[in-house]
Structures are given as structure tokens and as C-alpha cells.
Design a protein. Structure first.
Length: 149
């Protein structure tokens, strides 16, 4: 990966010292463009791979059973409008009035609010999850629409 990112720097340096009327200037510009495109595609693939790994980790520790629908949320399913689901950020939250501590997972299309499991689940599950959904899943489209009003 480091070598791929250094190609662009190398071609920029070569371009800097190449006279504007040099015959090979167009080829150097093309090589610079190709190296930048390659670096972008490698970065995007790395980001998607890391996101997929993080989603796999979340799916292992969170009970994704939707209580109102009696069905599991599939974090690996593609989003309706955005293609593959991407993990963006996570962190703890504390409710203002009650001081209750919950945890938030932010994806490109939804927000998961979870809390530690206090009681064992009635449903026998092959995986031993540590967290359960705090509330129903929140679509980020709803958040954007609400904040724009």
C-alpha cells in the first residue's frame, strides 16, 4: 500500500522537473492520473473490507432480533439506496434525564442503539450475544429529514 501511494508523489516530482514543452510530459500526466486512480481504488477497497469486518464483529455481539417484527436485522443486506452497508462510527451515549448508558453504532443508512443484556433471552440462539437493541432501528434518512425541517 505504501508503494502505491508513493507513485503519485514520484510522478508529481518528475512532473515538477519536466519542462512544459517536453515530449513525455503528457505520458507523465497520464501516469500520475493512473497512479492516483489506483490509490483511490485501493483505499476504497480497504475501507470496504474494514467496514465488513467491523459489521461481522457487531453481528456477533449484538442480538439483532427486532422485537416488534419477530425477525432478525440483517446487517449484511445491501441498503435500499446506497449499495453495501458501511460502518462509520461507534461510541457510548448517556441519556440526559435518566443517565442511562447506551451504545451507538452508526452506519451509512441506519443507527443502532444497544444496551448490555440484563437477562438471558427466551429464544435459544446459537451465538452468545452481549448486547440487545435498545430501541428499534433508526434510519439515517429519517434523521436527515428531521434535522432539515
Amino acid at each position: 500500500m505504501q508503494r502505491v501511494t508513493r507513485y503519485s508523489l514520484l510522478f508529481k516530482q518528475i512532473l515538477h522537473y519536466t519542462p512544459k514543452d517536453h515530449l513525455e510530459r503528457a505520458d507523465i500526466l497520464a501516469a500520475l492520473d493512473a497512479s492516483e486512480n489506483l490509490a483511490r481504488s485501493v483505499n476504497q477497497a480497504t475501507k470496504e473490507s474494514e467496514s465488513r469486518q467491523k459489521i461481522e464483529e457487531i453481528a456477533l455481539i449484538v442480538d439483532l432480533q427486532l422485537p416488534e417484527e419477530n425477525v432478525n436485522l440483517d446487517l449484511f443486506a445491501p441498503t435500499r439506496l446506497l449499495g453495501n452497508r458501511l460502518y462509520i462510527h461507534e461510541g457510548p451515549l448517556v441519556k440526559n434525564k435518566s443517565g442511562r448508558k447506551i451504545y451507538c453504532y452508526l452506519f451509512n443508512d441506519l443507527v443502532l442503539l444497544v444496551e448490555p443484556k440484563l437477562k438471558p433471552s427466551n429464544i435459544i440462539s446459537p451465538k452468545n450475544t452481549q448486547y440487545e437493541l435498545y430501541e428499534k432501528v433508526i434510519s439515517t434518512f429519517l434523521i436527515v429529514a428531521y434535522t432539515c425541517e
